[in-house]
Write a protein that binds this ligand. Structure first.
Ligand code: 6R9
Length: 660
């Protein structure tokens, strides 16, 4: 959606306004409200990062903040030891806050579950004991293929407790995607769920999990299955090495497992994400740096206090949920809300109903959701008392000023600052955003880099660009939450992130996130989107290569090119241009088979918006597909230069086939 379109419910006064200030009331209570923090970090870098580490309880204090001797394989707080589960659970119980609510969970049908820190402590211990009993040892990767049920954060923290890295696979991903990730991580343990609810329907998740297990190349030692559906379940019998969650917990009732002392640099978890090639990347995060970073940003940017009820509406299957539903908020001892379902079930006011019911203080969501709320209209939030809200946040994709202002007016009642937080799976936590108690907000621009983060916008030669000019975002200094490597692939780690702008001979390493950006005179950064072949569909990262290889895997397909087209709510939508083999026709059945092929290989989130059959793809004389043209065609835009094409005539033919 471009500015000026969409819902007209925005006051003229706001349409004109370009900058916004936090209220005095907000600033007075903010965790960080003095702008000197930027200088403090700069002057005392990297030692200033002890501020983040000091928010944690360490078993052994570290002696060195940063070890730069082997860039870009940086180490943070390296000789310190700690346990993430201890920091997110035990320490709050020990400090007398055991009765404070840790997790408030709401199911799609309105059932609720409340876990105090004491409850969480009990369940995490019992599940940690269960995992041990199943044979899980320190450093074994445990795959968690689970929807938004409380057992997911419990399982994550149980893994952290025994030093077994988790690898959470988003429940919406397909069986194939599960198998690929288990194979890549050599993971022999799976925790999953019988099913869950989506818009009133029970989904058979275990069938998908079982199919995925069939595709695992090595042996799987044990699977644990959470019974979410009860009588609505699909009646699967558990196989020999499959265990019922409740049975395991009953067997281990009252069990206590000492938190394992982990080195700061020991892996806390793996998270697979999409990149330029078809193979998903296993991003490795560590115990000390990641936890310090997510805790610090939850404190400084989300302004969380233990007394707060905080809600991030993301799914824990993505990095946002890891960092800002589970680790950051629980480490600070906050109450974190989890919701199982969709925003429009049973009605389009479901989220606002939840905000009112739990008196949510801080709310964090994605621009795609805000665009949907705008489209539905302000009558839905108006049905509810949202006055408990103090701060709003967004993440996942650029937010256009109009959507920002709508959020500000209709959800925040012009009282709440908004933090537009730019970051990535790889960065572990927020990197570019205003500090809500310090900075002026500029809708459409994420803001300056956070204190201690050295992000700039450069041209192809690596020189800083002038204000207002488009360039590439880069980060020059390491930070504690950064990925340490790609799982068992140091070479790809260096290639993907550290080739473009680094000077290895001079031992100068510059991180390249593969986003385009521009910067203004005040140092505010506006993110322009990915510059690699990665799409951002509803805030979810999808590799075009992954989708293309799924399509080419469908019988009768010869070649495919996938690009992103603009979409009012999703931001980007998948457009698939497909060449069929000789003798095949572009029938509805073929289209359905292609869509099914994509859903099977990746999941419904990657479903093509349009499948366009074409006898040829526009190619340059050297045979490269002109993706830029295919994007312009998808968007119904005027076409750029086509003179370098080998087959210019095909363009008009394809144009005629795309529906607008
Ligand atoms: C946390 C998360 C990362 C990509 C990133 C960028 C886009 C995220 C953004 C944003 C503009 C923001 N992105 N936040 N673009 N403004 N506030 O989303 O991680 O799934 O790895 O996606 O998302 O393109 O490179 P991830």
């Amino acid at each position: 959606m471009t500015d000026g379109e969409g819902d007209g419910e925005l006051e003229a006064r706001l349409v004109e306004q370009e900058t916004f200030e936090p209220s005095e009331e907000f600033v007075e209570q903010a965790n960080v409200s003095d702008e000197s923090i930027y200088e403090e970090f700069e002057e005392d870098w990297p030692r200033s990062w002890t501020r983040a580490a000091d928010l944690l309880d360490w078993e052994t204090e570290y002696s060195q903040v940063l070890d730069e001797s082997n860039g870009p394989f940086y180490e943070w707080f390296a000789d310190g030891t700690l346990n993430a589960s201890y920091n997110c659970v035990d320490r709050h119980v020990e400090s007398g806050d055991k009765n404070r609510v840790a997790i408030k969970w709401e199911g799609e049908h309105g059932e609720t579950r409340t876990y105090t820190y004491q409850d969480l402590y009990r369940e995490v211990n019992e599940f940690a004991a269960s995992l041990r009993d199943l044979g899980v040892e320190e450093d074994d990767v445990v795959t968690l293929y689970m929807p938004m049920v409380p057992e997911l954060p419990i399982a994550m923290l149980a893994c952290a407790r025994i030093g077994a890295p988790h690898s959470v696979v988003f429940a919406g991903f397909s069986a194939d995607a599960l198998a690929t990730r288990m194979n890549s991580a050599d993971s022999r343990y799976l925790v999953t769920c019988d099913g869950y609810y989506r818009r009133g329907d029970a989904l058979d998740h275990l069938a998908k999990a079982n199919e995925g297990l069939d595709g695992v190349d090595h042996g799987v030692d044990a699977t644990v299955v959470v019974d979410r559906l009860g009588d609505d379940g699909f009646g699967h019998d558990l196989k020999g090495n499959q265990h019922d969650w409740d049975d395991l917990m009953a067997e281990h009732q009252g069990a206590r497992v000492d938190p394992v002392e982990r080195d700061a640099e020991d892996m806390l978890f793996l998270m697979y994400t999409s990149g330029t090639t078809g193979e998903p990347k296993g991003v490795k995060h560590t115990t000390g740096g990641y936890l310090a970073y997510t805790t610090w940003t939850s404190h400084a940017v989300l302004d969380l206090e233990p007394e707060d009820t905080y809600w991030c509406s993301a799914d824990i299957g993505w990095i946002t949920g890891h960092s800002y539903i589970v680790y950051g908020p629980l480490s600070l001892g906050t109450t974190t809300v989890m919701y199982e379902g969709t925003p429009d079930f049973p009605e389009r006011d479901r989220l606002w109903e939840i905000v009112e019911k739990y008196a949510v203080d801080v709310f964090y969501t994605a621009p795609t959701a805000i665009r949907a709320f705008m489209k539905w209209g302000s009558k839905y939030p108006e049905r509810h008392d949202l006055s408990s809200l103090r701060l709003l946040g967004t993440v996942g994709e650029p937010i256009n000023p109009r959507a920002w202002k709508w959020y500000y007016q209709h959800i925040g009642d012009e009282q709440c600052p908004i933090v537009d937080t730019w970051w990535q799976t790889e960065t572990g936590g927020m990197m570019v955003t205003t500090l809500p108690g310090v900075g002026t907000m500029k809708p459409g621009s994420a803001g300056p880099p956070l204190p201690g983060i050295d992000a700039t916008v450069v041209d192809t030669a690596g020189e800083e660009v002038e204000a207002g000019r488009a360039g590439y975002l880069t980060v020059e200094k390491p930070w504690p939450g950064m990925l340490r490597t790609l799982y068992q692939n140091d070479e790809r780690f260096v290639d993907e992130y550290w080739r473009e702008y680094s000077d290895p001979d001079a031992d100068e390493w510059v991180y390249f996130p593969e986003d385009g950006a521009k910067i203004d005179d005040d140092g505010y950064i506006t993110i322009l989107g990915r510059v690699d072949d990665v799409l951002n569909v509803s805030g979810h990262r999808l590799g075009t290569m992954e989708i293309e290889s799924a399509i080419v895997g469908v019988e009768g397909v010869a070649e495919a090119a996938v690009v992103g087209g603009e979409h009012e709510v999703k931001g980007e939508a998948v457009y698939a241009y497909v060449i069929l083999e000789e003798g095949q026709d572009g029938t509805d059945e073929m289209r359905d088979a292609i869509i099914a092929g994509v859903e099977d290989a990746i999941g419904p989130i990657a479903r093509p918006e349009q499948v366009i059959f074409t006898p040829e793809l526009p190619k340059t004389r050297s045979g490269k597909i002109m993706r830029r043209l295919l994007e312009e065609i998808a968007n119904g835009e005027e076409l750029g230069d086509t003179t370098t094409l080998r087959n210019p005539d095909i363009v008009t033919e394809i144009q005629g086939k795309v529906q607008h």
